[in-house]
Design a binder for this molecule. Sequence first.
Ligand SMILES: Cc1cc2nc3c(=O)[nH]c(=O)nc-3n(C[C@H](O)[C@H](O)[C@H](O)COP(=O)(O)O)c2cc1C
Length: 362
Amino acid sequence: MIPASFQIRDLTIRPAAVLAPMAGVTDTLFRRVIRGLGGCGLLMTEFTSSEGITRSAAKTLRYLYFQEHEHPITAQLFGANPAVMAEAATMVENLGYDAVDINLGCPAKKVVKCGGSGLLRDLPLLEQIFRSVRAAVKIPLTIKLRAGWDEKSIVAVDVAKLAESVGVEAVAVHPRTRVQGYAGAADWSIIAAVKQAVKLPVIGNGDINRPEDAARMFSETGCDAVMIGRAAATNPWIFRQMEEFAESGRYTTPTETDRHRLLMDYYQQIYAANLPDGVGKMKQFACWFTHSVGNGSELRRIVHAARTPGEILSSVEGFFEGRAGAVRAPEMAGPTPVGASRSEDLAHGPSQHLGYEATLGT
Ligand SMILES: Cc1cc2nc3c(=O)[nH]c(=O)nc-3n(C[C@H](O)[C@H](O)[C@H](O)COP(=O)(O)O)c2cc1C
């Protein structure tokens, strides 16, 4: 079943469930929604450019902002320059993160040239990066990888062994190749093979949509923890459901009122933060989240037709009004004049999301 905890060296993660890093999704606001609902042991940031944060202090704040109650939390970095990755990891450590993670999975063309899954084709460089980052920080160092570049070069086991030999302390495996993107099914046998090959904690990832899937991944692969991505955006309650499932073999499904409340609370947070890309974020979340709301296509239509965060809030409120169990909108105080720097703190520029964005289906 789902273990109550797992260890990354001296860091205890309770329960053994991790929110996957998702560019454009897992910013501080979304992470706090997940933490608030319970059941998620470890949060992760979106992937963050080591080059970007080491060149600009404003970018560091913007991409690595988090709040105290997000602990335990890992910052994920990407990059291909060992010295720059080490410098960025030191910044992550100094900001108080519990662990630092290296992205070896991003399929985006722009990222592949300078890190991400591109590094799976250059193991000597990868070793240099691991060694350089390991020497720079004391906090746990983890990696998240895809299975390999293509089906002819499945390197997950080799990379995990290499990582273990140089002091990396956990490995998350998304068993699809770079060429596969998000097509087909994740091949969980690769997670099992990695688990067999190393003593490191192995975090299994890919295609967990329900608590039953998580239980099956544990039993089929022997992994130490599971990591959940897309299902957390369509059903942010999934972590809590997994916890309930582990305790009783059953779990509760959110009601329409729960969904209404969560959507309004989350949108209100985005509105109050006055993000430059607030409308985009709201629309994107609607793509994921509204599929399990009754008449969700109409809800998506009205969200996409709106032009400002305020308009989105009132149209969503209008949508739910009159439906059974509708909740009142949170008080609309208007966007907090948090100032350019503060809103920048929370926002991500579109260039960060390339490649991952393409996976956002409506
Ligand atoms: C919109 C989106 C953004 C993503 N961004 C990242 C990222 O920043 N870093 C990363 O390692 N993986 C990223 N991924 C991959 C996920 O972390 C995860 O490995 C993948 O979605 C498979 O897990 P799932 O089936 O639970 O979604 C992203 C995936 C999606 C859909």
